[in-house]
Design a protein around this ligand. Structure first.
Ligand code: AHM
Ligand code: MG
Length: 327
């Protein structure tokens, strides 16, 4: 007797929650899941394949691109194009967005923003990495080529967002604006199965995640909050992988911080395919997500594809406590 609901079953059961989805939206979600299964297979075998090390170039925001970053990026884009499920993609690994030219793709209503493999510094040492995605309804007319305005939309315009965490097990967590659900990959049947229904982030938590090495570069307010975390008995847990650190906070409560540093005065993390999709998920689970100026991440206007932001994200009480240092 088949016990757990698969991602496919769940998507179909809930496709009516998206107005005029007409199956196109469900099809896109389903194919993102399939692309995640393909990346999962490569991530799990990375040591046996020639995908360690860097790809020898820098991406649009100056990060050294790992071979597996490139593989995941090329796979996601090619797969989303070939299956005709969206009109274009904005990716961390590409300077410009990609508009898909086929007639079938141009008739699609949706575009995808993507960090194909987040936490790249962990790839070669077998520590968790993740894929982050968001789905927007295009602003350009169906049948027209997509343009930059289709991608540079506020996070509050996201129709869906989520991540796939390639960890001790592989879990896909996403929201379409009606709560958050997690699906663990079952290699026995090759499907993501509902394992974390209706995820709710605890009001507070016992961990904070920040790169302590930059402590001396943080604002006084941020340093005061970090000192307060230690005083409140929180422990530091920092994986160097945003998806892993935020998934921990989502499951157990906690806060993830990437404040302004001298190297990244506006923050390191990118709004489009890191901060916004993860903020949509965390807010839908009852958490808070702001930048260091206290602005709600999902309301920050987006003017550039690779726009950066500082971010404080996690349990509402801890984000509130952090912000109180700035008052
Ligand atoms: P990436 O997408 O190139 O991997 O960069 C994003 C990663 C996040 O996953 C992580 O939270 C952060 O960079 C770690 O940055 P740092 O090494 O400066 O602490
Ligand atoms: Mg990233």
């Amino acid at each position: 007797m088949h016990t757990k609901r698969t991602l496919d079953e769940y998507i179909i059961e809930n496709q009516n929650s998206i107005p005029d989805a007409a199956g196109e939206f469900s099809d896109l979600l389903r194919h993102i899941g399939i692309a995640g299964k393909i990346i999962n297979r490569i991530v799990n075998k990375a040591g046996l394949l020639d995908v360690f090390g860097n790809g020898g170039n820098l991406n649009a925001t100056g990060d050294e691109v790992q071979k597996l970053d490139l593989y995941a990026n090329d796979l996601m884009i090619e797969y989303l194009q070939n299956t005709g499920v969206c009109a274009g993609v904005g990716s961390e690994e590409l300077e410009q967005y990609v508009g898909f030219e086929s007639r079938h793709n141009r008739q699609r209503k949706y575009v995808v923003v993507l960090d194909p493999l987040d936490g790249s510094s962990n790839i070669d040492v077998n520590i968790s990495v993740g894929t982050i995605f968001g789905i927007y309804k295009r602003k350009s007319a169906v049948d027209d080529p997509v343009d930059i305005d289709d991608f540079c939309q506020k996070g509050e315009a996201l129709l869906a967002a989520g991540y796939i965490l390639y960890g001790t097990s592989t879990i896909l967590v996403y929201t379409t604006g009606n709560g958050v659900n997690g699906f663990t990959y079952d290699p026995g049947i090759g499907e993501f199965c509902l394992s974390h229904p209706s995820m709710v982030i605890p009001e507070t938590g016992k961990t904070y995640a920040v790169n302590q090495a930059y402590y001396s570069q943080f604002s006084n307010e941020m340093r005061n909050f970090i000192d307060k975390c230690a005083g409140m008995g929180l422990v530091l847990r920092y994986a160097g992988s945003m998806v892993a650190d935020i998934h921990r906070a989502l499951c157990q409560g906690g806060i993830f911080l990437y404040p302004s540093t001298s190297k990244n005065p506006d923050g390191k993390l990118r709004m489009l395919y890191e901060c916004n999709p993860l903020s949509f998920v965390v807010e839908q689970a009852g958490g808070s997500c702001v930048d260091e100026r206290g602005r709600r991440i999902l309301e920050i206007p987006i003017t550039q594809l690779h726009q950066r932001s500082t971010i404080l994200i996690g349990s509402a009480a801890l984000v509130g406590e952090a912000l109180s240092q700035y008052r």
